[in-house]
Design a binder for this molecule. Structure first.
Ligand SMILES: [Zn+2]
Length: 69
């Protein structure tokens, strides 16, 4: 699996993917990010998505499957 993607970083708390220029996570408000992440999942309808439940995702958006090294 390729590591990260240029221009995106992952929230350490909720795994949301945001642009590197972003200072605060739009999903959970955290300011801790990691540029070491892998796998991207796009959640459109968290209530109907099994993977959203698996990852504990409650809001639609782009998320990393794995954050950190
Ligand atoms: Zn977050």
């Amino acid at each position: 699996m390729s590591r990260g993607m240029k221009g995106l970083k992952a929230c350490m708390r909720c795994k949301a993917l945001v642009r590197v220029e972003e200072e605060r996570c739009p999903i959970c408000g955290s300011t801790e990010f990691s540029e070491e992440w892998s796998g991207m999942v796009i959640i459109i309808d968290p209530k109907r998505s099994r993977i959203a439940k698996l990852l504990g995702i409650e809001k639609p958006g782009r998320y990393a499957l794995k954050v950190g090294v």
